[in-house]
Ligand binder design. Sequence first.
Ligand SMILES: Nc1ncnc2c1ncn2[C@@H]1O[C@H](COP(=O)(O)OP(=O)(O)OP(=O)(O)O)[C@@H](O)[C@H]1O
Ligand SMILES: [Mg+2]
Length: 417
Amino acid sequence: MEEFISAIDIGTTKVCALMAGVTHDSLGNLALRILGEGQAPSQGIRRGVVINVSEAIACISEAVEKCEQDAGMNITSAYIGIAGSHINTLNSKGVSPVEPRSGVTMHDMQRALEGARAVALPQNQEVIHTIARQWTVDGQSDVQHPLGMSAYRLEVDAHIVTGSSTAIHNIAQCVRAHDIEIDELVLEPLAANEAVLRPEERRMGVAVVDMGGGTTDIAIFEDDGLCHTVILDMGGNHFSNDVAVGLHAPFETAEELKLRYGSVMPDSVPEDDKVWASVFGEKSERSFSRRFICEILADRAEEMFEIIGGKLDESGYFDKLPAGVVLTGGSSQLPGLTEMGRSILGMPVRVGAPSTRLPITGLSRNLQSPAYATSIGLLLWALHEDARKIRRQYAAESSQPNWGSQLMRWLKNLLPG
Ligand SMILES: Nc1ncnc2c1ncn2[C@@H]1O[C@H](COP(=O)(O)OP(=O)(O)OP(=O)(O)O)[C@@H](O)[C@H]1O
Ligand SMILES: [Mg+2]
C-alpha cells in the first residue's frame, strides 16, 4: 500500500499545504510524488506565531481543502513548520557509559541524548528537536553511526531547539481544528535546507538564509550537521513597509511596486524611470522615481545583510563557511540581493529553490520557487524521517531484538540523517 505524507507550511504571507506519495526512484531510493497542493493568503499569523486563532484556522482550512481537492483524498496527519522569535537553540553534550561486550546499544544512545536534552529551560519553553550532531566513542570523535561499536564511553554533541509552549500550543490547536494529527513540528530552517542545499555545501559549511515575509531564518550547517540557528524578526513585509512609509502609500500598493519594479541596485535604474501609484490623501495617482523606490529597498537590504553578518559573527561560524550563504524564501527573489550579499558578507552567495534534481516527481513550476523551499523541505524532512525510521528499525532488530516500539518512537527525530 502506498504511504502518504502531508505538510503544512504556515507562513506570515501564505499557508501552503502539500500532499505526496512515497515511491522509489529507478535506483530503489525513496522518492516523492506530489499528489496535491493548496495555498491561501495567511491571516491571523504574524512572524511565525498565531495572533488570531479563528483567522488562522480559516486560512489553514482554505489551503488544506484546496490541497485535498487537488489530491482527491483527505489529509489526516501532517508535518508542520514552526518558526518565530520564540525559538531558541543551544548546543549541549550528553554522556553514557557502554558495556564493551555488547557494544553501543540504542539504550546507550538514548541515555546520552537524554543527558544532552536535560538542560535548564526558561519557563514556558519546551524542546522541539534534539538533533545529534556528532558522536564520540571512547574519545574518537566524528563517529556517524556508533550503534554496535565496542567502547566504554559514548558522548554526543547535540543541537537542542526549543520554542514557547504557548506558541506551539496555538499552532497545534489551529491544525487539530481540522482533525489533522501532527506528525511532527519541524523548525522551518531545518526543513528549508533539505530543499535547497547540495550535500557538499552542507558538508563544507554553509548558512541557509530563508527570507520570508515576516521572518528571516538562518541555519548554519557543517560536517552534514546543523550547528546553529537564528530567527530574525525581519522579512519581505519590512521592505514593503519601508516603501509604503517612503511614498505615503498603502502597504498593498507598496507591495505591488516592490514586486513589479523593485531591485536593490538603484544605480542600474535610469534616473528618469517613473512609476505611478495611488497615495494617501490624493484622489489621482502620483508618479515616483523608480530609482527612489529601489534606494529604499537597497537601504533595508543592506541593513539585513549587516544583521545577518553580525549573527554569523556572533555564532563563531563566520570564517567556517566555505560554501557561503544560500538565500531562499520569497524575498530572496528581489533582484540584486546576491550581488549585495557577496559584497557585504565577502563570501559566496546564491539563491536556492526546490528543483527537479530533488527526488520528487510532479513538482509544478509554481513550487519551483524559493518561496516554497520550506513547504517542499517539510516533505523531504518527512521522507528522510521515514528513511531514518527504517534504518533505526533495522538497526534495532539486528542489535536489540526485544527493544520496544516505544523507544523507537522516542528516538524519532533524534538521530542525524
Ligand atoms: N519576486 C519577488 N521579489 C521580491 N520579493 C518577493 C518576490 N516574490 C515574493 N516576494 C516577497 O516574499 C515574501 C513572502 O515570502 P515567503 O512566501 O517565503 O514567506 P512566508 O513563508 O509566508 O513567511 P515567513 O516564512 O516569514 O513566515 C513577501 O514579503 C513577498 O513580498
Ligand atoms: Mg516561510
